[in-house]
Design a protein around this ligand. Structure first.
Ligand code: MEV
Length: 315
């Protein structure tokens, strides 16, 4: 008998990086792309909690305390065991992911979420979303350094979120469904490094950067209103403006800028990098009329792959 749990990818619609400084941001789950964790009993005579994920095949070290763990997978397991008050069971957990690593799509948070969910279910103590979110947030510190908490929140709750650090999670209505194309630069980029670089910029030039961060916050509120009233033209304009501010924070890249231009030239209503930046993915807002042309333009501009995701009420 096996037990399975999963978690989705995510995109940040607007507000990444500024969200680390207390501004709001909007994130959306991408439910079509998931990480799955499957728990199966160990073969007879095989002891310990064995983890298989891509290249990794190892048994959880028995002696390490959670505080001393620096590996994201081990920390997820330790924190989950501590939260449910159990010792590591003799099982094998296999992780399979459809989410590219270090691409701004939340693969780290999705892996932790699926893993903690599956393990707690296998132990007969399924974690609620609140507790799960706290665990994944702790693990995100390994990936992001000083995470805002937006990635773990959208991935654990799997619903659109208007997120502001330290505030209760808010969701919102989607006035009209819309489609985003997600184009992969194929360049992996660590969010932790982009976040640390923005921190450095912020600390060395606070007078110049603080207004940019605050402007992004205002733009996020305007975006929420545009989404709620189904005004896709304004939504697109706000996304493109947000990309400009992210360039100012030094987190774009030549490839991301090329993709944004290619998408806009092909008729997208708006386009921007999504997530940590410096590589990873770009998102473009398309209509049924422009979908194919924008996708073709992104592939011609060098996108490794272009996914589509529909954002609609009740998803
Ligand atoms: C990454 O998806 C979003 C960032 O704002 C980092 C964070 O909020 O933790 C870049």
């Amino acid at each position: 008998m096996s037990i399975e749990a999963s978690a989705p990818a995510k995109v940040i619609l607007v507000g990444e990086h500024a969200v680390v400084y207390g501004q709001p941001a909007i994130a959306l789950p991408v439910s079509s792309h998931r990480v799955t964790a499957r728990v199966i009993p160990n073969a007879p005579g095989e002891c310990g909690l064995r983890l298989i994920a891509g290249e990794i095949d190892r048994v959880l070290p028995a002696t390490v305390e959670a505080e001393a763990v620096t590996d994201a997978l081990d920390l997820t397991l330790r924190l989950t065991l501590a939260r449910v008050g159990r010792l590591a069971p003799d099982v094998t957990i296999k992780i399979e992911s459809q989410i590219p690593i270090a691409s701004g799509l939340g693969s780290g948070a999705a892996v932790s979420t699926a893993l903690a969910r599956a393990l707690s279910m296998a132990l007969g103590c399924p974690l609620n979303n609140h507790d799960l979110n706290e665990i994944v947030y702790e693990v995100e510190k390994i990936h992001h350094g000083t995470p805002s908490g937006i990635d773990n929140t959208v991935i654990v709750y799997e619903q659109p979120v208007y997120f502001k650090r330290g505030h209760p999670i808010e969701t919102f209505t989607i006035g009209a469904p819309f489609t985003l194309l997600i184009a992969d630069t194929g360049q992996s980029a660590l969010t932790r490094i982009a976040v640390a670089d923005v921190r450095h910029l912020y600390e060395s030039e606070t007078d110049r950067i603080q207004p940019v961060i605050e402007t992004i916050g205002l733009l996020v509120d305007e975006t929420r209103q545009a989404v709620e009233r189904g005004d896709l033209t304004t939504l697109g304009q706000l996304m493109t403006r947000n990309h400009g501010y992210l360039r100012g924070l030094t987190v774009s890249s030549p490839q991301l800028d090329t993709f944004v231009k290619a998408a806009l030239d092909a008729g997208a209503l708006g386009a921007k990098l999504s997530g940590g930046g410096r590589g990873g993915n770009m998102i473009a807002l398309v209509t049924p009329e422009t979908h194919s042309a924008v996708k073709a333009a992104l592939l011609a501009a060098g996108a490794r792959r272009v996914l589509g995701t529909v954002v609609a009420e009740g998803q």
